[in-house]
Write a protein that binds this ligand. Structure first.
Ligand SMILES: Nc1ncnc2c1ncn2[C@@H]1O[C@H](COP(=O)(O)OP(=O)(O)OP(=O)(O)O)[C@@H](O)[C@H]1O
Length: 939
């Protein structure tokens, strides 16, 4: 059956309507937009600034060195030029590039350290010094030391000649040894100078030279106990040495010694220097320490040379220079170092944004409102999903683009195609998770708080877990995979891998992550991509399923097996005919209510012989809410039968809690009926709600509007959902705005959030009527309207009645009388009477209402006597403060007699006011409601 004059809107039309609405919504959402653009930008900028500061600290440009460079001033004021290794006193970096660096291959051919002829003029001027001899073995010894994590110290087992030479060499600076076995060069640290001697028996300190003794450096000469502290094994030597050293430390403190020189295998023919130092000197990239290390090599070499050739000889080491790459390997790329944590926060930021906007629509019942006006689940899911995906892609593109533009290695070194695939899969997973999690929340604030806790918490937790456990080979790999099942940890792991390869890339001057790296067993990127991809598809399906069967935001929950078509078909065909025999005792009461019985019979007849003229047929519908907290079940609607032809406005009256809203909720698909059924335009509300929605309009009890969309935008959106297009849509919106008085003064173009309560109500009515729906439900539409607006609204509804069925609930008898063709009065879930207002007044109000106010309450008896004389069966309704009200059966009373009796009474006592009126609808309502309640009390 065709159920809408415009025809049912297609998937594309609905999708288009939702997309346009979302884009308008997004355009208005300035804060979120700003956050989306600013957040990645600010964070990238922050990292860039940190990086820049760090680079400046390590910057080598200002470092002046080289033979021809003035490095200071001599005592006589002349420029001090030195050839060889030079160290800046003000700066931490101490590499001196060769002024004429040979080509890289040439460098490979010479050993890293050469001893140069210091007197060579060419050396002094341009640095091209002739090697005097090579420090054979030095490289090998150094190589041996580098990988070990030794304690450090300065020792020499018995090479006192060397030490003396060393001491003499060092004496020119700031340290001294006196034939002892150990020396810690004080220039290596700011600590006191300790001079040790292993052989305590022969310990005889020599006088300390004056220039040392008078220096500010504290000097202490000590003897380290033990004769067996010298071993051939380097490690045990160091252990024992340190034991002794620490024991002898006067304060018992662990004092770090930066470097140890081992001349053990040196002799006159060979210079074999072992240097023990901490590997952090190489790893941490702290230039100050490296400088010290190089300087100590130089000093030790000089000491040995002087030992061999005499005190006047000076050895210079050249070719200690920067590696031929742009950045020193000792600098730190902060974008990579902090990247995994910071960037995971940036990417995760999208999660609360998606989550809260989904929960917002749910909390404010906007999702169900859209659904009630024809938006199918398919278009909703596709457009919402694509919309969030688009948002995420734009956000991530900004993020990668900003980062790359300002040169963060994290982005520039790793392959962009891997980054794209990684971020694309992740944002899809994140959106799916947000959809899934949104089914659990119904409050935006709670969702926002939990969302942000997830963002920051999982970022920090991820950084903790992965930095410690991924690098720890003893940690079971299986647990890492389990962790990666949590999307934020998978994200962290992926970013961690990018960061690792970016650090390695920037340190070694090579590329970051490439596709081939995914084959590397130690690289977690491949497993992360696979886990995220599989999880995305599973979570997406599960989120859709939960939305259908569990979420309260999408209307009636579907059966858990809704996807099995047969089940659905069976259910639709399981149409249950009403049967008076099976009905509960309450329904038998209806035998006393011929109008209600007649309506039931009409429904029966219509079910047997359906008629297109009837838009709504409700058959014995019931709603029972399950009892909670030990309370019994609550029967809100107890078997209601109703038939509404097109063109009729049916009014539902009833006291609070009578079941009116429960009935409307069933009809608009908010809650399923417990039993019974209803047909709307021939479609069953239990199974065909999606189709019914396309020809339905709803004005809910509470206005369901987007605060930042204008009235016009609301109407445009709902009009599009109802398949209105182009000029017809524009015209319908204009007419709609005019009809509810929201057109003039540009009111329709103001945001709904700025509307008064009455304006919102009028907009809700306009929404319910746009697109020519065949069935309209209005739940107390005039609540909160001023009298003028109410009358205006009534005109709108009166016009709208034509060719459509309207069900309206109201507490205003006046409204019911003006608008409704028929009325039904509900009490405690049951229909007590049904008919047009006149009929009801005639049936339930066959009496006049006589009211009299006297000056004194003492006249009560006289008034009562007067009434009894007029009508022996008069019924007194109340006596309040001198005002008495009576019902006088019409057949007993003649109006002229009443006037005469009152005139007569005026002579006996003072009458302030009096009146005689026909029964009002309100009287009928009160009478029916009281009667029903009294009956229930009795039964
Ligand atoms: N979701 C629910 N769970 C349990 N009980 C409910 C629920 N909704 C309504 N009720 C109960 O069902 C009865 C009918 O409520 P309903 O809101 O349908 O009445 P109403 O006639 O619309 O009242 P009002 O005029 O105040 O809006 C009430 O007793 C109410 O407490």
């Amino acid at each position: 059956m065709a159920i809408s004059s415009q025809g049912r809107s297609s998937f594309g039309t609905q999708a288009n309507a939702l997309l346009l609405k979302n884009l308008t919504f997004q355009k208005r959402n300035y804060l979120t937009n700003l956050r989306l653009v600013a957040y990645p930008f600010i964070l990238c900028l922050l990292l860039f600034l940190i990086q820049d500061l760090a680079d400046r600290a390590f910057d080598k440009d200002e470092f002046k060195c080289g033979c021809s460079t003035c490095t200071g001033t001599n005592g006589d004021g002349t420029c001090k030029k030195e050839c060889g290794v030079q160290y800046s006193t003000s700066r931490q970096v101490g590499y001196c590039p060769n002024p004429n660096p040979p080509e890289w291959p040439a460098l490979l051919q010479v050993p890293p350290f050469s001893v140069l002829d210091p007197d060579s003029e060419s050396c002094r001027i341009n640095g091209s010094c002739n090697p005097v001899f090579l420090l054979t073995g030095l490289n090998q010894t150094l190589g041996l030391s580098l990988g070990e994590n030794f304690f450090t110290g300065v020792f020499s087992p018995n090479g006192s000649d060397v030490l003396d030479a060393l001491a003499n060499s060092l004496a020119g600076s700031d340290t001294h040894t006196q034939g002892s076995n150990f020396v810690e060069p004080a220039f290596l640290s700011d600590r006191p100078l300790y001079i040790f001697q292993a052989d305590c028996a022969n310990f005889s300190p020599k006088p300390i030279p004056m220039h040392i003794a008078s220096s500010t450096i504290p000097i202490e000469v000590r003897c380290v106990q033990g004769t067996n502290i010298w071993h051939n094994s380097s490690s045990s030597v160091n252990d024992e040495f340190f034991k002794g050293y620490l024991q002898s430390n006067p304060e018992g403190k662990i004092t770090e010694i930066v470097a140890a020189f081992d001349f053990l295998n040196s002799n006159d023919n060979i210079f074999n220097l072992g240097i023990y130092t901490k590997r952090e000197i190489y790893r941490s990239g702290e230039p100050k320490r490296m400088t010290r290390f190089l300087r100590s090599v130089n000093l030790a070499s000089n000491a040995y040379l002087q030992h061999l050739k005499g005190a006047g000889v000076k050895m210079l080491i050249d070719f200690v220079k920067e590696m031929p790459k742009q950045q020193s390997q000792f600098s730190m790329d902060f974008s990579s170092f902090l990247g995994a944590l910071f960037f995971s926060w940036v990417v995760l930021q999208l999660f609360p944004v998606v989550l809260t906007s989904l929960v917002y629509e749910k909390q404010h019942k906007l999702r169900i409102m859209m659904k009630m006006h024809g938006l199918g689940d398919g278009p909703y899911w596709v457009i919402s999903y694509m919309y969030f995906l688009l948002l995420s892609v734009v956000y991530m593109t900004c993020f990668v683009a900003f980062g790359s533009l300002i040169g963060l290695k994290f982005f520039t070194l790793n392959d962009y195609s891997i980054q794209f695939v990684f971020y694309f899969i992740y944002v899809n997973l994140q959106i799916s998770v947000a959809f899934l999690v949104a089914t659990l929340f119904s409050n935006v604030k709670t969702a926002a708080v939990i969302g942000h806790i997830c963002v920051f918490g999982s970022g920090l937790l991820g950084s903790f877990l992965f930095q410690y456990f991924v690098e720890d080979n003893s940690f079971p790999r299986g647990w890492i995979i389990v962790l990666e099942i949590f999307p934020s940890f998978a994200l962290y792991r992926g970013l961690y891998e990018f960061a690792e390869l970016a650090i390695a890339g920037s340190t070694l001057g090579i590329d970051g992550m490439r596709w081939k790296d995914l084959n590397d067993g130690t690289n977690g990127m491949r497993e992360v991509l696979i886990i995220m991809l599989v999880e995305w598809l599973i979570v997406l399906c599960f989120a859709f399923y939960l939305d259908q069967v569990a979420s309260s935001g999408s209307g009636v929950k579907k059966h858990p097996l809704f996807f099995l078509k047969n089940w659905n078909n069976n259910r639709s065909s399981s149409f249950r005919r009403p049967s008076l025999q099976k009905q509960d005792s309450k329904v038998f009461v209806e035998i006393d209510k011929p109008d209600v019985m007649q309506e039931r019979e009409k429904v029966e007849q219509l079910l047997l012989e359906p008629q297109a003229s009837h838009a709504i047929v409700v058959d014995n519908i019931k709603k029972v809410y399950p009892g909670t907290d030990g309370n019994p079940d609550m029967s809100a609607v107890r078997g209601l039968s109703l038939a509404l032809p097109r063109g009729e406005c049916f009014g539902m009256l009833g006291p609070n809690g009578a079941g009116k809203t429960s009935f409307i909720s069933m009809m608009i698909g908010l809650t399923p009926p417990t039993s019974g059924m209803a047909l709307v335009e021939g479609l069953d509300i239990r199974t065909d709600m999606d189709k019914i929605y396309t020809s339905m309009g709803v004005c809910p009890q509470h206005d369901l509007l987007w605060e930042i969309l204008t009235g016009r935008e609301h109407l445009m959106f709902y009009g599009r959902l109802k398949n209105l297009k182009g000029a017809a849509l524009k015209q319908a919106v204009e007419d709609s705005l005019k009809s509810v008085n929201l057109f003039h003064g540009g009111v329709g173009d103001k945001k709904a959030g700025k509307y008064s309560g009455g304006m919102k109500r009028r907009l809700s009515v306009a929404i319910s009527l746009i697109g020519d729906p065949k069935v309209v439900y209005m739940d107390e539409p005039s609540t909160g309207l001023d009298p003028a607006s109410r009358h205006n609204l009534w005109n709108v509804v009166k016009r709208a009645k034509e060719n459509r069925a309207i069900i309206l609930t109201t507490h205003s008898m006046e409204e019911a009388e003006v608008l409704c063709d028929r009325l039904g009065i509900f009490v405690d879930g049951s229909l007590q009477c049904i008919g047009n207002p006149k009929e009801l007044k005639g049936r339930y109000g066959g009496s006049y209402v006589f009211t009299m106010t006297t000056s004194s309450s003492n006249n009560e008896e006289e008034v009562e006597n007067l009434v009894r004389r007029l009508s022996p069966n008069a019924n007194k309704i109340y006596n309040i403060s001198g005002t008495q009200k009576f019902e006088l059966p019409k057949e007993e009373v003649r109006i002229a007699d009443v006037f005469a009796a009152v005139e007569n009474a005026k002579k006996k006592f003072t009458i302030n006011a009096w009146g005689l009126a026909d029964t009002t609808l309100e009287d009928v309502f009160i009478k029916v409601a009281r009667g029903a309640q009294a009956f229930q009390t009795l039964s």
